[in-house]
Design a protein around this ligand. Structure first.
Ligand SMILES: *[C@@H]1O[C@H](CO)[C@@H](O)[C@H](O)[C@H]1NC(C)=O
Ligand SMILES: *[C@@H]1O[C@H](CO)[C@@H](O)[C@H](O)[C@H]1NC(C)=O
Ligand SMILES: *[C@@H]1O[C@H](CO)[C@@H](O)[C@H](O)[C@H]1NC(C)=O
Length: 467
């Protein structure tokens, strides 16, 4: 590492269309958004949307595990491919933790697990009735910049918070996406009990099978034990299918002819981006910065590309054979405006910090070669400096207490004090819906339903005596 400590991270976000992936295929493309001339990532964060079919996602546990397990091996495989041609690249990344809420998942991998400390997760659902068909998972950890990983009180750490999310869909639902961001900012809560220091290299898995206890619903949001995603001593990055579009209504058949067909078109087309408009107007992702977009829209590609994963034999070679020319970057689905749904942004350090220049974006791009989803994945290779947490926070007297522009100390929204009850209630609904869908969509399920109907009918005949 160079003299000024900084942390190279690689973030990868993908709406994987509820498919069981083939790790070998993903591994050949995982690092396509990595800058080969910049330091290899110490941390890899993979954020996934639509990670599995809705019933499996809602039921979690062993229903969901096969989908997550496929992803677990991807960074390691990808590193081995790269390491074979580039020996300075790490040959291994270990999974430090994974967490899911509904159909949204976040994995944290590290090159040196022992330098990551206090990894914890938070989450919130904001789909139908608070269920997590849409939602967010966030991870927070400290990365020790001292080689032996023993920085004592953690003051040598670079603290990082990474959010993986899936906001509301559809062209006309821009305000719903803004509202989802607010729910996310209020509802993702980290419990920062100082006594809780998990052992290094621990595997943290989803809590889906152990619901949060509603008895702890008297949460005081002003408690120093709790913190939201905005916090003075941490970097904050957000990735996901943010779903912001380039139009407020669906395209007509005539509109299809105006869809972008060349890189020059993209530049012009990007001026219609809802996220840039809403963010600069202060309606969403408050305080966030994004690297310039130089890649084509990441959505929506025709469904026929889904065929790749239906053929698990395809493997790496099969994938190459099936690859069409670059031209199908322009092969848009007709029923949606091509849009940059999939994005990665970071919270700018406070103006007083002078650290903005020290954040180094190495590469930010999409990965068009992955073609089995109607989305393209997006990767960001970035180096984060140590935040200066010693700047005076001016917490002297009441009113003019803190610098209002410093969103780390003045988050745009207060925490939702009912976050635990809401999640508990939503989990009960998720289980009910999950089982209902499972029963309705499996042959066995239909048999069960059939028997129940037959049984009820016979009972009714028996009771009413009409045989
Ligand atoms: C973490 O989980 C992965 C995959 O589930 C496993 O291979 C690894 O050994 C686990 N690490 C620890 C420290 O338990
Ligand atoms: C949980 O919240 C409800 C409503 O706010 C309240 O009536 C109930 O007493 C709370 N339960 C506990 C254990 O604090
Ligand atoms: C990182 O977080 C830990 C735990 O919250 C804190 O003790 C430490 O001071 C933080 N480090 C920096 C540089 O902000």
């Amino acid at each position: 590492m160079s003299s000024a400590p900084s942390l190279p991270i690689y973030l990868f976000t993908f709406n994987c269309a509820r498919l069981l992936i083939t790790p070998a295929v993903l591994a050949t493309h995982l690092f396509s958004a990595l800058d080969p001339s910049s330091p290899p990532p110490e941390i890899i964060a993979i954020g996934l949307q639509e990670v599995a079919p809705i019933s499996y996602s809602f039921l979690g546990g062993e229903y969901l595990a096969p989908y997550l397990d496929q992803w677990s091996s991807v960074p390691h495989l990808a590193a081995q491919y790269l390491h074979s041609s580039r020996p300075d690249f790490p040959s291994e990344y270990v999974e430090l933790g994974r967490y899911t809420i509904g159909m949204t998942a976040l994995f944290i991998f590290s090159r040196r697990g022992e330098q990551v400390r206090n990894l914890k997760f938070g989450s919130v659902g904001f789909g139908v009735m608070g269920m997590a068909n849409k939602g967010a998972v966030a991870a927070r950890f400290g990365y020790s910049t001292t080689e032996d990983g023993d920085g004592g009180d953690g003051s040598e750490d670079i603290n990082v918070t990474i959010v993986a999310t899936h906001l509301a869909a559809h062209e006309h639902c821009c305000e719903d996406r803004n509202r989802d961001w607010e729910t996310l900012s209020r509802g993702v809560v980290f419990e920062t009990s100082s006594t809780q220091t998990p052992p290094l290299g621990i595997n943290i898995t989803s809590s889906e099978t152990t619901p949060l206890l509603p008895s702890e619903n008297t949460t005081d949001s002003s408690s120093p034990e709790l913190s939201g995603i905005y916090h003075p001593n941490t970097h904050l990055l957000v990735m996901g299918d943010l779903n912001y579009r380039t139009s407020h209504k669906s395209p007509t058949p005539e509109d299809f002819r105006t869809f972008p067909r060349s890189p020059d078109d993209f530049v012009e087309f990007f001026k219609r981006d809802q996220l840039t408009r809403e963010r600069t107007a202060g309606n969403t992702l408050h305080g966030f910065t994004e690297a310039p977009i130089t890649f084509p829209p990441t959505y929506k590609y025709p469904e026929d590309v889904l065929s790749l994963l239906e053929d698990p034999e395809a493997g790496i070679n099969g994938n190459d054979k099936r690859q069409k020319s670059q031209d199908d970057v322009f092969d848009w689905s007709r029923n949606r405006w091509p849009s940059w749904c999939d994005r990665i942004l970071w919270l700018s350090p406070p103006a007083t910090e002078g650290a903005e220049n020290a954040i180094k974006v190495h590469k930010y791009t999409s990965i068009p070669a992955i073609r089995f989803s109607d989305h393209k994945p997006v990767g960001l290779h970035i180096s984060l400096p140590k935040l200066n947490t010693n700047i005076p926070r001016k917490v002297t007297t009441g009113e003019e207490a803190t610098d209002k522009s410093d969103l780390r100390s003045n988050p745009p929204f207060p925490l939702d004090k009912d976050w635990k009850v809401k999640r508990y209630n939503a989990e009960l609904k998720e289980w009910a819906i999950g089982y209902a869908i499972l029963i309705a969509t499996t042959t066995n399920g239909l048999t069960v339903v059939g028997c129940l109907i037959l049984g009820a009918t016979m009972l009714w005949w028996g009771v009413t005596g009409r045989v």
